[in-house]
Design a binder for this molecule. Structure first.
Ligand code: GLU
Length: 308
């Protein structure tokens, strides 16, 4: 457990104070038009301990577009539905390529390197379509149950992605051409674009990640969301593949499983102890939230929490 002598609220407040002069740093994602309109100056941070204490600072309760953070939820749901059979069609290695790259898929016969690059998440979405009558609603309800509040899709963001997601269309068609997708490309992409368009706050995301720090159980209702082993393995994938091409740098500087999204959110876990989420929409050149990374670095240096 975190050292009870650590005043976690003071840690979060200090991080906001320290980073305030840098609010607005980085560039918001512009390749999705609805995200290009977001003000880079927002900043929020929230955490939840395994014992259920919650702390927040800044705009922790303002909803933002979770984007690739949704890949953690879709993977969790797909593992619930298909168990380890899921791994027949998808790898578990860092890609070392941009998250939306087509190159590796060509040489690796349409098998995505891991579930957190776009190709991998599209394949996971395909398996959700295979396993659910109403996959969008099943995923939305699943995420809502994890954070104990009703979560909704931002339909404007989903439409914006559908209108401009040419690379994702290419990735899906490419995998389809190798016979890797079980369902029609349009159906799979509809789910993928919607999962990325879930709107959630830092507080809700810190809560929704709690099962990864509690042996796979949802602490809100005690239900077993994942097996303990599945939860630990998702943490392992977040550490090795969760932050685009910067996973090595994140492990080096922060040392926690993390998953980022181009909306500027980053979730992180301290397995068995706590989950947290930071949001600041300005991204660095690796596509990760610039201040999000700075905040996580400040958090681990102040608390000494790390998996290493
Ligand atoms: N919806 C975004 C895309 O498919 C997600 C990217 C991200 O957050 O990494 O490009």
């Amino acid at each position: 457990m975190p050292d009870t002598a650590i005043d976690l609220q003071a840690v979060l407040d200090d991080i906001v104070t320290e980073l305030r002069p840098r609010f607005g740093e980085g560039q918001v994602a512009t390749y999705i038009p609805a995200l290009a309109r977001v003000d880079a100056g927002h900043f929020g941070i929230a955490l939840r301990t395994r014992a259920g204490a919650e702390y927040r600072a800044g705009e922790a309760d303002r909803a933002f577009s979770i984007q690739s953070i949704s890949k953690v939820f879709s993977l969790a749901l797909a593992l619930r539905l298909h168990g380890s059979d899921l791994w027949a069609g998808i790898g578990r290695e860092p890609s070392g390529n941009p998250f939306n790259s087509l190159v590796q898929l060509e040489t690796e016969q349409g098998v995505p390197r891991n579930p957190f690059i776009n190709a991998g998440a599209i394949l996971v979405a395909d398996r959700l379509v295979s396993g659910c009558d109403d996959p969008r609603e099943t995923l939305r309800a699943f995420v809502s149950s994890l954070c104990g509040e009703t979560i909704a899709f931002d339909e404007e963001v989903a439409a914006s992605e559908a209108a401009t997601g040419f690379r994702n269309v290419a990735l899906a068609n490419f995998m389809k051409s190798f016979g890797r997708l079980e369902n029609p490309v349009d159906t799979v992409l509809d789910l993928y674009f919607h999962q990325c368009a879930l709107a959630m706050s830092c507080t809700q995301l810190a809560r929704a990640m709690a099962c990864l720090c509690a042996d796979g159980r949802n602490p809100l209702d005690g239900s077993q969301v994942l097996t303990d082993r599945q939860a630990r393995r998702i943490n392992a994938l977040m550490l090795t593949c969760g932050t685009y091409d910067a996973a090595g740098e994140f492990a080096f500087r922060i040392g926690l499983p993390c998953k980022s999204g181009v909306g500027g959110g980053i979730v992180a876990t301290v397995p068995d102890e706590l989950s947290l989420c930071v949001w600041s929409p300005g991204l660095d050149e690796t596509g990760n939230s610039a201040l999000g990374m700075a905040a996580l670095e400040a958090f681990v240096s102040r608390t000494g929490l790390s998996v290493f």
